[in-house]
Design a protein around this ligand. Structure first.
Ligand code: SF4
Ligand code: SF4
Length: 319
């Protein structure tokens, strides 16, 4: 009883600390939830399970910070509008950098900062903690250009080895978020929460402290086949469902039950195709239409013309 009280007290103080420093959502998963679970029994790739970072791991803390709605939507809308002070040929990269800076990089730093603060707090209470970068890593690889690090050298084995080439993240914050009860995967291969839909970034902390777990979600969040808007919004067809027989990789499955809660992802995204969208289609939208179009938690109010047309054509009944 006393131990339970201590566990609850530590959990509460960790959550309060993370929220005070900028996390909007904080959940806890016991480490057992990272072992393969039905119905797909996905295993963490070798070298990426919580116990491989901390053999005594007992809990994983998942943190989320939302992307502000205008930060997500305004750069995409401005791409189709006149910007008096920005030369036309610079406008697209300018807006991509605008979104990247305040919709990505600032979250990356802040979530890493929160991880460090919580990790230090756990250490001061006698526990170990492993913290992570928020996003994938891009190591310098001798003899490869930046582009080759992303895409692999022509015909490279890396392509067969991993669709993420050399940029895979050390730990999947999205898989931690679903296991900590913050949300479920959507068809867009991102984690959707009830509060922010797909509009947030995540980070995680692995610790040997026993913390009170949060329950897994029990009701679907993604609208599934009655929506499909993220799949239709992608100009590069980067997102495929895992049971699509025409696209295979290590995440493929023969069949998937679309009624299950998506603790493991029902979809996969080709990161290289996503990155190449501007090469093939010069006036392609600013990155992120698979997020912008999502009607969870509510129909977006500030739409690009293209996404407005798509919505009216494909999903007029969704409010
Ligand atoms: S960011 Fe754009 S190109 Fe990339 S997966 Fe999403 S919709 Fe497709
Ligand atoms: S756009 Fe629709 S199908 Fe895609 S993730 Fe959002 S709710 Fe799910």
């Amino acid at each position: 009883m006393a131990q339970e009280r201590d566990t609850d007290k530590l959990t509460e103080s960790v959550k309060e600390l993370a929220k005070r420093h900028g996390a909007a959502l904080v959940g806890v998963a016991p480490v057992e939830r990272f072992d393969p679970m039905p119905p797909l029994y996905d295993a963490a790739p070798k070298g990426h399970h919580p116990r491989q970072f901390l053999p005594e791991a007992r809990s994983v803390i998942s943190l989320a910070q939302p992307i502000l709605n205008p930060v997500m939507d305004a750069p995409a809308i401005l791409a189709n509008r006149e910007m008096e002070m920005i030369p036309p040929h610079v406008k697209y990269p300018y807006l991509e950098v605008l979104y990247n800076r305040v919709g990505h990089v600032v979250h990356d730093y802040m979530l890493e900062f929160i991880g460090q603060i919580v990790g230090q707090y756990l250490l001061s209470h006698g526990y170990q903690a492993m913290i992570f970068p928020t996003t994938g890593l891009h190591p310098h690889v001798e003899g490869l250009t930046d582009k080759q690090i992303w895409e692999g050298p022509p015909g490279a084995l890396a392509r067969e080895f991993s669709p993420f080439r050399y940029t895979f993240g050390p730990f999947s914050h999205r898989h931690a978020a679903t296991r900590a009860g913050l949300g479920e995967f959507g068809y867009n291969n991102l984690v959707l929460t009830k509060q922010f839909g797909p509009r947030q970034r995540f980070n995680s902390i692995i610790t040997d402290a026993e913390l009170a777990p949060d329950p897994l979600i029990t009701e679907p969040i993604c609208l599934r086949d009655k929506c499909d808007l993220c799949l239709k919004a992608c100009i590069m067809d980067c997102i495929t469902m895992r049971d699509d027989p025409s696209v295979t990789d290590y995440r493929s499955v023969e069949t998937d039950d679309r009624n299950r809660i998506f603790i493991d992802t029902p979809a996969k995204t080709d990161p290289t195709l996503c990155r190449r969208r501007r090469e093939g289609i010069p006036d392609s939208p600013i990155r992120g239409d698979c997020v912008r179009v999502c009607p969870v938690p509510a129909k977006p109010r500030h739409f690009t013309d293209r996404l407005k047309d798509l919505w009216e054509r494909e999903a007029p009944e969704i409010e």
